[in-house]
Design a protein around this ligand. Structure first.
Ligand SMILES: [Zn+2]
Ligand SMILES: [Zn+2]
Length: 280
């Protein structure tokens, strides 16, 4: 059975975080390890980190990941922004390590006109630096919707980033259903669903998917716009999510909701998904 969960806020403290996770029925949680909209942040206190680990161990949460800051851009041609971004992602991964979290998810970023090829070389360089500095964490590249000049919306982008790395065994993919759909990859019918994951398997390798973000899309297929919607309320529709939670290839994967709702909404979504799962 996949581990279902949601992106939860840590603003009320780690106690509240895990209380909420249990109340909602989360086996997986995603958090920000710092304020995702500012560059400078206070470090996590050691006591706070040990409280996180303790609370987590007592909860039903089996999997946790950090989502990196929204500010960073590892694809930018601007050296100043690039260096700041590398430092910020490394900081996110060091925070994750402190909390005992192995996985950090990042959006590759935007090439700002320099082109895919240069952008891809740029982020591959960034990943080399980061994985050298942090030997504990896994880095998960999130599939993006293709807004503006962003990288990561075509499966080929991910393949090309991975192929540039000396060693890609700590680099994986977070497959966001809303983003990939907006980028043009259909999963609405059984046929399209199989086609899309076959394609991913041929281009990147299905084993590289380590995490799912399960979101419906407020925008149609191929619009390259990133707006999340509740499951079944958007253009993807509920059938895709029914297939996903029953896909034997992903039976042990964490699946995180990032829908624009509160705890009651998350609880309802997880209950619905659980009702879809055919017990084997
Ligand atoms: Zn994301
Ligand atoms: Zn996402």
């Amino acid at each position: 059975m996949p581990m279902l969960g949601a992106h939860l806020s840590v603003s009320q403290g780690y106690d509240e975080l895990f209380l909420a996770a249990d109340k909602i029925g989360c086996e997986a949680v995603q958090i920000f390890a710092k304020n995702q909209r500012q560059w400078e942040n206070k470090p996590i206190e050691a006591s706070s980190a040990s409280s996180f680990r303790e609370k987590r161990a007592k909860s039903n949460v089996q999997y946790a990941n950090v989502h990196a800051s929204y500010l960073l851009n590892l694809v930018t041609p601007d050296d100043k922004v690039f260096n700041k971004s590398v430092a910020s992602l490394l900081d996110d991964m060091n925070r994750a390590e402190l909390l005992g979290i192995s996985d950090t998810v990042v959006h590759p970023g935007s090439h700002m006109g320099s082109g895919d090829k240069i952008g891809i070389a740029r982020i591959a360089g960034a990943i080399e630096i980061i994985l050298n500095e942090n030997s504990f964490c896994y880095l998960l590249l999130e599939t993006t919707s293709g807004q503006g000049t962003s990288i990561g919306w075509r499966f080929e982008h991910i393949r090309d980033i991975l192929s540039k790395l000396k060693d890609s065994k700590r680099v994986f993919v977070c497959y966001d259903t809303c983003h990939t759909f907006a980028a043009g990859y259909d999963i609405r019918t059984a046929e399209e669903y199989e086609k899309t994951f076959d394609l991913f398997d041929r281009i990147v390798g299905i084993d590289k998917i380590r995490l799912f973000h399960i979101n419906d899309s407020k925008n149609e297929l191929g619009t390259r716009k990133d707006r999340h919607e509740f499951l079944g309320k958007g253009f993807i529709g509920i059938d895709a999510f029914r297939m996903l939670v029953n896909d034997s290839r992903f039976k042990d994967h964490p699946m995180i909701l990032e829908v624009p709702g509160d705890y009651d909404d998350f609880k309802k979504e997880i209950k619905t998904l659980n009702s879809f799962i055919k017990r084997r």
